[in-house]
Design a protein around this ligand. Structure first.
Ligand SMILES: Cc1ncc(COP(=O)(O)O)c(C=O)c1O
Length: 369
């Protein structure tokens, strides 16, 4: 038996008729950038999140970068980011010319630890960028309190968290603005790169739209040195087909996660995700921590179970950020996660046999070592 880490063909097979019709619709329209599909998707995703504005952009990294640009956060400024995240969170800050200032996660949830924020705030700090890592919402209320006390913006990196809820509220509406990614493997994934900014701030919405479209509000009249980062009609049309299925797909992920949690929790040497009672995660990624991670991964591979590591090198140890000179042990919780984390197969199109097989193979590994 084989269980891939994620099956990207399955959503197409489920929605083939609608996806093919979306493709035909765009082809026949002869209109590919900034048209009716993008407008409709922006309205539909804003309504889904319960936000005033959604602005489609080229990808999730651009979404975060454009928010910073629009708020004029740049040279000489600092932005607090999690030490353990995908590097895009940091890169968005670097692109803007500001400095990412890492903060360790809570050792239970692996999300930004609000108790560690104060120590990282300086006179240069302009914003906090919590990440809803793996589809688990960060503890936003205390983060917002600290931000308010210091007059900081809170930008949610919601790339992995479409549909995740914090105390009943949807991710993307918890801070002052949010960046989403619709990379194909995301819970709501396009068929190429795509992203969006979600906010209730009218002025920000106006400005990010301008920044993502060559700095112009009126074609060929350029107010600022902008960028080219636009969601295209084809991706918007595909996303519109998938959006109505997001909640049902997230529920399926939640069922698989519950099954893993129930059937792996008694195994020694394996740390499973902790879900605080205020969180409704959408399980973009289901993690286990094991000191024997590499052996376990190899064993599962031999048994036909696909796994990945999110992420083997935390940004502060990446070559790309050598300039900061962080030594080994600078962020021990993040480094521990990088050394022990393994992501199990997870997706809305897995069936209970797939999940059962993954559990059996992990249990078999334990009984053999
Ligand atoms: C936490 C996080 N932030 C930002 C991004 C960037 O998104 P994109 O790949 O669409 O640029 C990703 C993408 O994987 C991500 O996981």
């Amino acid at each position: 038996m084989k269980v891939p880490f994620l099956d990207l063909k399955a959503p197409y097979h489920e929605l083939k008729t609608e996806m093919d019709a979306a493709y035909q619709r765009v082809m026949e329209s002869g209109w590919f950038i900034h048209g009716e599909e993008v407008q409709a998707f922006e309205d539909e995703f804003a309504a889904y999140c319960g936000a005033k504005h959604c602005i489609g952009v080229g990808n999730g990294l651009d979404a975060l970068h454009l928010i910073l640009r629009a708020w004029k956060i740049g040279e000489g400024d600092e932005v607090i980011v999690p030490a353990n995240t995908f590097i895009a969170t940091w890169l968005a800050v670097s692109y803007a010319g500001a400095k990412p200032v890492p903060v360790e996660p809570d050792p239970q949830t692996y999300n930004l630890d609000p108790a560690k924020l104060e120590a990282a705030i300086t006179t240069k700090t302009r914003a906090i960028m919590p990440v809803h890592l793996y589809g688990q919402p960060a503890d936003m209320d205390p983060i917002l309190t600290v931000a308010e006390e210091h007059g900081l913006q809170v930008i949610e990196d919601a790339a992995q968290a479409q549909g995740a809820r914090y105390k009943g509220r949807l991710s993307g509406t918890l801070g002052h603005a949010a960046g989403f990614s619709f990379y194909p493997g995301k819970n709501l994934g396009a068929l190429g790169d795509a992203g969006a900014i979600v906010t209730n701030d009218d002025d920000l919405a106006d400005r990010v739209r301008m920044y993502g479209n060559y700095g112009s509000k009126i074609k060929y009249y350029h107010d600022v040195k902008g960028y080219n980062s636009r969601l295209d009609e084809l991706q918007a049309a595909f996303l519109r087909v998938k959006l109505p299925h997001l909640d049902e797909w997230n529920r399926r992920r939640q069922q698989i996660a519950s099954f893993y949690l129930q059937n792996l929790s008694d195994l020694p040497g394996l740390t499973l995700p902790h879900v605080p009672d205020w969180a409704s995660p959408v399980w973009h990624i289901f993690t286990v921590l094991s000191s024997e991670r590499d052996r376990l991964q190899e064993y599962l591979k031999e048994k036909g179970v696909g796994t990945l590591i999110h992420y083997p090198v935390p940004p502060h140890q990446a070559k790309a950020y050598q300039e900061f000179g962080f030594s080994k042990g600078a962020f021990p919780i993040s480094e521990h996660s990088a050394a022990t984390e393994l992501s199990l197969p997870m997706g809305p199109h897995m069936d209970s046999d797939d999940a059962g097989y993954v559990v059996n193979m992990i249990r078999e590994y334990r009984s053999e070592v």
